[in-house]
Design a binder for this molecule. Structure first.
Ligand code: HPA
Length: 276
């Protein structure tokens, strides 16, 4: 069912460019300017058959195809989220298309709330495991009729985050730590009680994206690297007077963008040429 739609979307993009990307890049909330160094074409999501359109603030909604830091890349400048009403399958359609265009490695970024003691705004954390409240509640992007043309029925999530790519990131920026990302659908920010629960079960940061894309990328046998940028510190008690809000997240993302660009400028050229 999905394969003809993927084929239609990829055929449309191929009619605009003959670039075959190695790397699929997704830029999280407010992090779109990382793609300013891109040389290539930009296609509004709305022009691509079956593509979901991004409505979230801070998400521009353009697919970029061309060269970034010397590598052939396809990048989502802005992503779509389940909190917009899209299903897990719909939010991951672009990832399927980027894979269909040829990308063998997914490099995903997000804005996240920091929950681990000692985290500060601006920290980068490489995701090494996740806990998804959405998938636990049945919103798994692989749920539904199985199409063997897309991948296997059951997909392991152990080492979904490529250990070699995490090590590469840490060799480029030793300040990058590793952590477990909790995925909540949103759009309400997590209440303090949920933050305490997530901390108790070993989660280090929390956000509203990335996990469905990781599941689909692994289903497609892509290598995955995912980086959380800490835009706010999650509030874990009602006694804390801090109130997390959208403006805080976007202000932080704006300050984080140059650091993320500097990291990507080194990381993207160093990514392996081919899948494992
Ligand atoms: N919670 C969920 N999503 C987020 C947060 C947060 O604290 N910060 C940025 N995205």
């Amino acid at each position: 069912m999905l394969i003809p739609q993927i084929a239609e979307a990829t055929a449309f993009i191929r009619s605009q460019t003959d670039v075959v990307p190695d790397i699929a890049l997704t830029l999280g909330s407010g992090l779109g300017p990382v793609a300013d160094a891109f040389e290539g074409i930009a296609i509004p999501y709305g022009d691509i058959p079956h593509f979901p359109v991004a409505h979230a603030p801070g998400h521009d909604g353009q697919l970029l195809i061309g060269t970034l830091y010397g590598r052939s890349c396809v990048a989502m400048r802005g992503r779509v989220h389940m909190y917009e009403g899209y299903t897990a399958q719909e939010v991951t359609f672009p990832l399927r298309v980027m894979h269909g265009l040829g990308a063998h490695t997914a490099c995903l970024t997000n804005a996240a709330g920091g929950m681990r003691d000692g985290m500060t705004v601006g920290d980068f954390v490489a995701i090494e495991d996740h806990l998804s409240l959405a998938t636990a509640a049945g919103e798994d992007p692989l749920r539904g009729m199985h199409d063997p043309g897309l991948g296997e029925r059951f997909v392991s999530m152990n080492k979904a985050y490529d250990p070699e790519l995490i090590a590469l990131a840490q060799s480029i920026d030793p300040a990058i730590t590793r952590g477990t990302y909790a995925h909540a659908i949103g759009p309400s920010f997590e209440p303090p009680a949920l933050v305490r629960l997530l901390q108790l079960i070993g989660c280090d940061m929390v956000g509203m994206s990335t996990v469905p894309e990781v599941i689909v990328a692994r289903h497609a046998n892509m290598r995955v690297f995912a980086l959380s940028t800490i835009t706010n510190i999650s509030v874990s008690t009602v006694a804390d007077s801090h109130v997390t809000n959208e403006a805080e997240v976007f202000e932080s993302a704006k300050l984080i963008t140059p650091k993320l660009s500097a990291f990507m400028e080194k990381f993207i050229p160093a990514l392996p040429d081919a899948p494992q």
